[in-house]
Design a protein around this ligand. Structure first.
Ligand SMILES: NC(=O)c1ccc[n+]([C@@H]2O[C@H](COP(=O)([O-])OP(=O)(O)OC[C@H]3O[C@@H](n4cnc5c(N)ncnc54)[C@H](OP(=O)(O)O)[C@@H]3O)[C@@H](O)[C@H]2O)c1
Length: 329
């Protein structure tokens, strides 16, 4: 098969389309012929040598894909050769073929085409596991989404509205804020020149956010705690603003609030909190929202995988609204 390989850690120019040995489906795995994959921010770090794959995962970049089952490994039930699926991957998506645990497969939702389905697994599993399974977002809650215009953010806005929450977002330009509002955001705050804590308090009569989904980490920790309502839940999934920050426990105690931080990629497949558990809940409870169109893949552009360099550049430059999808076959 062919795959995108990293000739040496560096800029987008180190990404090359090259021949690689075909993967083989092991116990409990299926082999997929990949139709499309999608770009994630973590891919840029992996390309630079800053985010190595977890032990046992493919060293080929790519955390999600869509495609057709080409072969079943031993012990796989519930799937057939020829099924169209999308998959959460620990790596290996930038390729023509990948072997993936069957427990990480999702059917392509009705109403979504095979190529666009590649934009769903990573954002769906990340947002659902943090915002619903961990933080328990529900109807009537106020939900603050940082980076509303990104892949994660555009998915989170739609999910928040589908669950009956009031959704506030941050984004970095008037145009991106307007697009977040079109997707359903009730309040849109420009993080470059507005104070999101003050704006949120004003818009919610002092209540604040019941749930915050945060991509910034250290630099936003104190302000995120300020933004929380009594009993609020801050879920940190990114460290774009650094890995360390000061946590004022007195503020947290006074609000009876909580802070969590999770990452999806290194989780085991099985066991409590594993990928299989997340996939099962996403399939049972989120997929019906996708199938009625309440939550859609937001695809900024579809490019040939051999244009991977331009895709990495555009994501790094902040020129992408939603997800960049790469067509493989
Ligand atoms: N923990 C996990 O399991 C997990 C899984 C998936 C993703 N993530 C992380 O989640 C984050 C978002 O992922 P993504 O795929 O959505 O990436 P993305 O599409 O590249 O989006 C990045 C977002 O960061 C926003 N941003 C930049 N500076 C900001 C600031 N000062 N305040 C608020 N927002 C700011 C950007 O907003 P503008 O473009 O409007 O400037 C953009 O929306 C990344 O850090 C990623 O690594 C974590």
């Amino acid at each position: 098969m062919h795959a995108i390989i990293v000739s040496e850690p560096g800029g987008p120019e180190v990404l090359q389309w090259a021949e690689r040995p075909d993967p083989v489906a092991g116990q409990g795995e299926v082999l997929l012929d990949i139709a499309a994959t999608a770009v994630n921010r973590a891919d840029l770090l992996q390309r630079q040598g800053l985010y190595p794959p977890p032990p046992g995962a493919s060293d080929v970049i790519g955390l999600e894909c869509s495609g057709t089952i080409a072969a079943l490994g031993p012990g796989v039930t519930g799937w057939r050769v020829g099924d169209e699926v999308c998959a959460l991957l620990a790596g290996g998506g930038y390729a023509e073929r990948v072997a993936v645990p069957a427990a990480q497969l999702l059917p392509v939702p009705a109403g979504v085409d095979l190529v666009s389905a590649a934009a769903l697994p990573e954002v769906a599993c990340t947002v659902w596991s943090n915002v619903v399974m961990l933080a328990g977002l529900g109807a009537g809650d106020v939900f603050l989404v940082h980076g509303g215009a990104g892949g994660i953010g555009t998915h989170a806005i739609q999910l928040g509205k589908a669950l009956g929450a009031t959704v506030a977002v941050t984004a970095g330009s008037a145009e991106r804020l307007a697009r977040c509002r079109e997707l359903g955001a009730d309040l849109a705050v420009n993080y470059r020149d507005q104070d999101f804590v003050a704006e949120l308090r004003q818009a919610t009569d002092g209540h604040g956010a019941d749930v915050v989904l945060d991509n910034m980490g250290g630099s936003y920790l104190d302000r995120n705690v300020d933004a929380l309502a009594t009993g609020g839940r801050l879920t940190v999934i990114g460290m774009q603003g650094g890995r360390k920050g000061e946590l004022d426990l007195a503020k947290l105690m006074a609000k009876r609030a909580s802070v969590s931080a999770t990452s999806l990629r290194p989780r085991p497949v099985d066991g409590p909190g594993g990928k299989a558990e997340i996939i099962a809940d996403v399939r049972a409870r989120l997929w019906p929202l996708v199938e009625v169109g309440a939550v859609r893949p937001i695809v900024h552009d579809v490019r040939d995988i051999r244009d991977i360099g331009s895709a990495h550049r555009d994501l790094a430059d902040g020129d992408v609204f939603g997800k960049l999808v790469l067509r493989v076959s």
